[in-house]
Design a binder for this molecule. Structure first.
Ligand code: T4K
Length: 413
């Protein structure tokens, strides 16, 4: 495994008091930014070997041998019969939505990366936003039941942060109303629910292999399913609907994964265990360092389920810390070159692209509003080591212990 840790990298001492913070005039903790989303990188020599195979064969895309190998490996990991590799999760969601006959209204959480919603709206479907559970940040099954109407044509639920949804209750709502159900599993490769790997729930699940994901193919996605007929149609649809050289039997698009992406995907999969080890080490260290910091709590990935620990998600609880604000904390971290992110603020229904058309009809989404105002994500992955984590946590601790001074300082800037 290759670390993509920036080369600053004299060890940075933890921050001890307010004067140490960059926002109060101290030197930034890191000379080079620590990103959320720095790629986990496998062994570059394996990538070169895969690329040499590509050159030897002269086969660059369209269901090539590396794509097939990648599909086999992902299907095994996800414990499913079929995996259809595609160019991105966004395209995967679109292919599945079409193949399952979505039309009109589709229920989707607002608290997700915008691609989940865009994928549907781009096809002319109308997103109907459903509220989430405050603890898990995934669709609240009770809220789901309330937003199903006669116009609903499908449900897309999201295993946010790799935390599987309440699959049983969501599936029951889908079955009771005879609705196709798709899980956006962009974050959830290698995760399990009730001991079963994510990949075979609902009609289909969609993974992302974007650069920032636990396993990356630079860009890429995959649809997994145990429905052979669905998989067959998805394969046609990702290649313009062609069955033979000049016969088109489906409306299709270009959703193919290239051999280069598959090479990267395989290189990443080969380092799967190393990525988990690095992520879990960082997660446990964050958990340890932040346990007694007032006003913040880490989303817990409890065993015995399997998890990829790719997102370090911090929830700010202002009531427990004299009004620490999530945005002030993010500002303090960013000043230190810790590029914490406000994923997925403010919720899709409040994004400009949706506010006018759908915001007013979104209905009450109190948990979404609340969670979207509290959550931030912190850097992890193989580019981050334990010393980084200790320093990042020291910034959080100092900021959280002085929310009033922080606010005053920021309001003067
Ligand atoms: N559903 C869900 C729930 C998702 O989270 C996503 C994607 C999708 C569906 C759609 O999947 P894809 O169609 O993308 O396969 C990122 C990603 O672009 C997006 O894939 C991801 N979710 C989302 C959570 O995060 P940004 O705008 O934060 O990413 P970006 O490209 O700005 O990268 C973040 C940081 O990572 C950069 O500031 C620096 C670092 N970075 C990034 C890249 C690309 C690197 O160091 N090297 C790199 O090559 O959205």
């Amino acid at each position: 495994m290759l670390s993509s840790k920036p080369a600053d990298t004299a060890p940075t001492p933890p921050r001890e008091g307010l004067d140490d913070l960059a926002i109060f005039g101290g030197a930034p903790a890191f000379a080079e930014p620590r990103h959320v989303g720095r790629p986990n990188l496998g062994d570059p020599r394996r990538m070169v070997e895969h690329i040499e195979e590509i050159f030897d064969r002269g086969w660059l895309t369209n269901d090539g041998p590396l794509v097939k190998e990648f599909e086999r490996r992902v299907a095994d990991l996800a414990g499913v019969e079929h995996c259809v590799a595609v160019s991105s999760a966004t395209v995967g969601l679109q292919l599945v939505a079409r193949a399952l006959g979505f039309s009109g209204e589709v229920i989707v959480p607002s608290f997700t990366f915008i691609a989940t919603v865009h994928a549907l709206t781009w096809l002319g479907f109308e997103p109907v936003f459903c509220d989430i559970d405050r603890q898990t940040h995934t669709i609240d099954p009770a809220a789901l039941s309330r937003v199903v109407t006669r116009r609903t044509s499908g449900i897309v639920a999201v295993h946010l942060w790799g935390q599987p949804c309440d699959v049983a209750r969501i599936t029951k709502v889908a079955v009771d109303h005879d609705l196709p159900l798709v899980f956006d599993a962009a974050h959830a490769l290698g995760c399990s629910h009730g001991g079963i790997s994510v990949g075979g729930f609902g009609n289909a699940e969609v993974f992302s292999f974007h650069a920032t994901k636990f396993v990356n193919a630079a860009e890429g996605g995959a649809v997994t399913t145990n429905d052979g007929e669905l998989a067959r149609r998805l394969r046609l649809m990702r290649n313009f609907g062609f069955v033979e050289y000049d016969t088109v039997v489906e409306l299709g698009t270009n959703g193919k994964m290239s051999e280069l992406s598959a090479a990267m995907g395989l290189t990443s999969l080969e380092a799967f265990d190393d990525f988990i080890t690095a992520n879990r080490r960082n997660y446990l260290r964050y958990d340890d360092e932040l346990r007694d910091v007032p006003g913040v709590s880490l989303i817990r990935y409890d065993r015995p389920e399997r998890h990829n620990y790719q997102y370090i998600v911090l929830e700010v609880t202002p009531e427990a810390s004299m009004d620490l604000s999530r945005d002030d904390l993010v500002a303090a971290l960013q000043a230190e070159n810790v590029l914490a992110r406000r994923y997925f603020h403010p919720g899709a229904h409040r994004m400009d692209a949706y506010r006018e058309s759908y915001g007013a009809t979104a209905g009450p989404l109190p948990a979404t509003e609340d969670v979207a105002s509290r959550v931030l994500t912190l850097p992890t992955g193989s580019a981050v080591d334990e010393a980084d984590v200790v320093t990042i946590c020291s910034i959080v601790r100092v900021a959280a212990e002085h929310p009033v001074e922080l606010r005053r300082r920021l309001s003067r800037q």
